[in-house]
Design a protein around this ligand. Sequence first.
Ligand SMILES: [Zn+2]
Length: 191
Amino acid sequence: MTKSALESRTIIPPHPASGTRFRSPVRRVLARPHPLLAMRSVEADPYNPNVGDLADILVATMRISPGCVSLSAPQIGELARVLCVDVGGHKKARSCAGLVVMVNPTIVRRHGALILREECLSVPHVTGDIVRAAEISIEGFEPRTGRLVRVDADAIEARCFQHEVDHLDGMLFVDRVTNESIDLHARKSRV
Ligand SMILES: [Zn+2]
């Protein structure tokens, strides 16, 4: 997911974080109506080195994409249940676990409801006001180590995890809009 169109265009500079390799290649992010974006991703083996490499590429692609604070594997053409989130530096973030990369993530707790404006690299030119849980807990596995990771998130971070899990299920934020004339908005062009 990208920062809200209503917020500043601050670009998060790349910074060292555990588990990332900055020489990883990056991939083009697919945009709708690419058919892969509508497909459900399959579970992946966190110990598989290829999955680790995919996670690195995913993080590198997120890092070089201006304003991007989360990304999922199907967006770069791989139907594997891998996502990454890093809301560090986002001025509206409350909880912030730093860079989180998860294989086979599962939302294990949802609480409350909140409407927030969303946008997505895979859905150019459109933003949407989407209702989702205000707080979540999510569990998944760290690539390569297989370590179980749990994150309790709220505000922007909770929103990003829910948005990316949707991608793993073949769903875009626009699929959650109930009234397009009210809830969808033209996105201001980015330079
Ligand atoms: Zn997205």
